[in-house]
Ligand binder design. Structure first.
Ligand SMILES: NC(=O)c1ccc[n+]([C@@H]2O[C@H](COP(=O)([O-])OP(=O)(O)OC[C@H]3O[C@@H](n4cnc5c(N)ncnc54)[C@H](O)[C@@H]3O)[C@@H](O)[C@H]2O)c1
Length: 435
């Protein structure tokens, strides 16, 4: 991947979001409110973080937009697809994440975002039954129709660049199978053969985005772009891709807390994480086949931070369990409990309890903004393929498992990768300093 300075962010950036539910409407509403000076984009690295560039007497701490060319929030145009016909205003109200007083000032902008018909297959999310759905002959036709949507959006708005972000429901688990996902040719053949078992609708969105020159971000744990066929397509089109699964609440805590245990050479005998969640995401995840996708994603975090092969006395056979329970009264206000069984000097056991009362979409919205702006930046810098520097934002970072590459899950190592990528795309040297 080329190491070059990013081209300037001229013109408008189109963000096409798959799914117009709690996360995406909270994201979009927040961008509109920030534009009007009525809200602050708290939690967004691209809007707040400062990175050191240079060393010694030359060092200075700069916002991302002072290091690399970034679009302003005024330069963003939105579009979305959803299974349900509600526009962004209705959907934001229905989601009950934001108070009406934080939605109404941008009502007109939200009313204007009417969801395009979804590329959907009920087999992949049985709990959803909306009718704003494309009529598709086969998976190939599904991708063709999405490609047309992308071209139409570009023509209608005149945006210069487009990013496609998946913030739709978690699909049932599709295990990577090299027979269908191992090469672009195999994937295309399966799409043309309408192999609905191996080609998820999300793959049609990703395929369409890449074919139309748009980087693709997977915000759910779906294996969509985490397969060699999509890596090949991204390489062929010289486009960046990123995934999977926004790192918001419990896994953020895990990837930040596990390093405390590992750095202090304490042992781990078990980590039990459970959640109650009552929004539509929780409803979809109540289906065992959909939860399986989430479980695989959530479980992967610890294993690369607390590694048995490196410290057999401390990390052999610890018990790691993750549960999500659908509990409607809590809606988007998820509550997570972590019970961590650790051991110290001479093997004496201790416990740590973490109780995180978070708001799922409030944590996810800034990640949507950062992932879209940063993958667009990567594209302007000529980077393509899996963007490992975006692992910071993702629960289950993509890595080349066919070559046994180990993903980086350690939050602070991920932050170093993020900072160095920004430095390099701004024409500065990468370094390994702590700040
Ligand atoms: N909020 C978080 O903290 C968080 C963290 C990590 C991942 N996620 C993931 O983000 C996604 C969105 O979460 P949410 O709370 O907004 O869920 P949500 O249920 O409120 O919204 C998802 C929307 O996607 C739509 N949809 C489903 N399949 C579609 C398709 N094929 N095409 C177009 N639209 C489709 C649904 O109709 C729904 O409106 C979920 O997959 C969730 O697992 C959320």
């Amino acid at each position: 991947m080329a190491n070059q300075i990013a081209k300037p962010a001229t013109g408008k950036l189109g963000i096409m979001v798959v799914g117009l539910g709690a996360v995406s409407t909270t994201f979009i509403t927040g961008v509109f409110m920030t534009r009007k000076g009525l809200a602050k984009p708290v939690g967004s690295m691209t809007q707040y973080d400062k990175i050191r560039v240079g060393l010694g007497a030359d060092k200075k701490y700069l916002h991302y937009s002072d290091i690399v060319s970034m679009p302003s929030l005024n330069d963003i145009e939105f579009a979305a697809w959803d299974v349900y016909p509600a526009n962004a205003y209705e959907s934001a109200i229905n989601a009950e994440v934001l108070k009406e007083r934080d939605i109404n000032p941008v009502k007109d902008e939200l009313l204007a975002i009417k969801p395009l018909k979804a590329a959907f297959d009920k087999k992949y999310a049985a709990r959803l039954d909306g009718d704003n759905v494309k009529d598709c002959k086969d998976r190939w036709d599904m991708a063709e129709q999405i490609r047309q949507d992308i071209r139409d959006f570009k023509a209608r708005t005149g945006v210069e660049r487009i990013v496609v972000l998946w913030a739709a429901s978690t699909e049932i688990y599709v295990a990577p199978d090299m027979k269908y996902h191992g090469s672009l040719a195999a994937l295309e053949a399966a799409m043309k053969a309408n192999d609905t078992d191996h080609i998820a609708p999300s793959m049609c969105y990703a395929y369409a985005a890449l074919m139309e020159g748009a980087p693709f971000v997977m915000g759910a744990p779906n294996t969509t772009v985490d397969i060699p066929a999509m890596w090949e397509l991204a390489e062929m089109k010289k486009l960046p891709i990123a995934g999977k699964d926004f790192k918001t609440g419990q896994t953020l805590v895990k990837s930040g807390f596990a390093p405390i245990i590992g750095t202090r050479m304490l042992g781990l005998s078990g980590w039990f994480s459970t959640n109650i969640l009552g929004n539509r995401d929780g409803l979809v995840l109540d289906e065992p086949a959909n939860f399986r996708t989430k479980e695989v994603s959530k479980l992967s975090t610890l294993e690369s931070i607390l590694v048995a092969e490196e410290q057999p006395d401390l990390y052999t056979n610890y018990f790691h369990k993750v549960r999500i329970n659908y509990y409607p009264p809590r809606n988007d206000n998820k509550e997570g409990w972590d019970n961590i069984d650790i051991f110290g000097w001479m093997g004496y056991p201790m416990q740590i309890k973490i109780n995180f009362l978070c708001r799922d979409s409030i944590l996810a919205a800034p990640l949507c903004l950062d992932l879209c702006l940063l993958i667009d930046l990567a594209h302007r810098a000529g980077r393509w393929g899996t963007q490992r520097f975006l692992s910071f934002f993702l629960k289950s970072p993509m890595h080349d498992y066919t070559k046994n590459e180990v993903p980086v899950n350690h939050l602070f190592q991920q932050y170093v990768m993020l900072k160095n990528a920004i430095r390099e795309m701004g024409g500065y040297e990468a370094d390994e300093q702590i700040d």
